[in-house]
Design a protein around this ligand. Structure first.
Ligand code: XMP
Length: 326
């Protein structure tokens, strides 16, 4: 195992050649560490866990067991992409768990943001633990820890929280990208052949759409949020903003306003667009989205998404607003 300190001499991985060299070294290290034993990985489909999965598949193939927990708060198409890439294309040993009903019933009528986060985090551990116990002879747990996680915290990711697993579920850790910065993880991911839609994706909070479906989550409003968010992402792809804007999403508050549709009163929720730029997420500025793009997004969301009758734009930098609404 490597140490937790990045050597001063370690070159920044910016080219395919350096990425390939890193991959070859890690494959050898992983094989040496793991031998013929099995490794478990919580595969969220985010950049870090996806790159770790691809590295481990290359190193040990089916000795890696990936568990993808769909908490029902994923963006549109995300769980499907995890299955397509890892199960269908990379032939991984993937266990897919649709835990939507469990999460949503625990979250029913819970409106306090921190309580929602705790429920989602705890239930994730419970579901993951249940699955881990069904498997025989797992000795290792792989994690997508990256260097900023080590610099900023105790090195354990909240939503892959090994520290949260019960005492008797202790595994030895495999953390092949723990000395890499995010941009390097992306270069390595590309060299491993992962699709750009997976490797170049924007950050997405562990609790997912749960912190963007504001207040107490209901299935109809969550559905509207997922559809509106998908339209925003599609339109940002079309106009090229997806390549430059750091993070963009829709949030939907738990309130309705009066509107009119087909000459009838139409009460609906507002979809709030947030698009920010930042380097470290500690402060953020607002992207100036062209009005033509905003008009098109507004038109599509209000026409295509059931339950939404207004589209609003959040112009608040951080501080004073945080990036997420909850
Ligand atoms: P805020 O809202 O604090 O967000 O300005 C800063 C960055 O962190 C992301 N974020 C989270 N990521 N679990 C995560 O993994 C969380 O609970 C969480 N909350 C916020 C947010 O999307 C933004 O990129």
């Amino acid at each position: 195992m490597t140490t937790d300190k990045r050597p001063d001499t370690m070159e920044r991985i910016q080219t395919k050649e350096l990425a390939d060299k890193f991959i070859a070294e890690q494959v050898a290290d992983i094989r040496a560490q793991v031998g013929d034993k099995k490794v478990l990985l919580a595969l969220s489909g985010g950049v870090d866990s996806s790159v770790v999965a691809a590295l481990l598949i290359k190193a040990i193939g089916k000795q890696l067991v990936c568990v993808h927990v769909n908490h029902g708060l994923m963006r549109k198409g995300e769980s499907e992409q995890v299955i397509e890439v890892f199960q269908n294309q990379l032939d991984a040993n993937l266990i897919y768990i649709d835990a939507t009903d469990r999460f949503l019933s625990l979250l029913e009528n819970v409106s306090e943001p921190e309580k929602k986060r705790k429920i989602i985090g705890n239930e994730f551990i419970v579901v993951f633990d249940e699955e881990a116990r069904k498997l025989d002879s797992i000795d290792f747990l792989a994690q997508g820890t990256i260097y900023p996680d080590i610099l900023e915290s105790d090195g354990v990711k909240a939503h892959h929280n090994v520290g949260g697993l019960p005492e008797d579920m202790k595994f030895e850790l495999v953390e092949p990208i723990k000395l890499l910065y995010k941009d390097e993880v992306r270069v390595v991911g590309k060299a491993l052949g992962l699709p750009s839609s997976m490797v170049d994706r924007q950050p997405f909070p562990g609790p997912g759409l749960g912190v963007r479906c504001l207040g107490a989550i209901t299935r109809d409003r969550l559905h509207a949020l997922r559809e509106a968010d998908a339209i925003l992402r599609e339109e940002f792809e079309i106009c090229g903003l997806s390549k430059t804007v750091w993070q963009y999403f829709v949030a939907i508050p738990d309130m309705k306003s009066v509107g009119v549709r087909n000459d009838k009163r139409y009460e609906g929720w507002p979809a709030i667009i947030r698009a920010v730029n930042t380097t470290d997420a500690m402060t953020a500025t607002i992207e100036e989205i062209p009005y033509a793009v905003l008009h098109k997004i507004t038109d599509r969301i209000t026409k295509e998404v059931e339950g939404i009758n207004r589209v609003l734009l959040d112009l608040t930098p951080k501080p004073v607003g945080t990036i997420e609404w909850e």
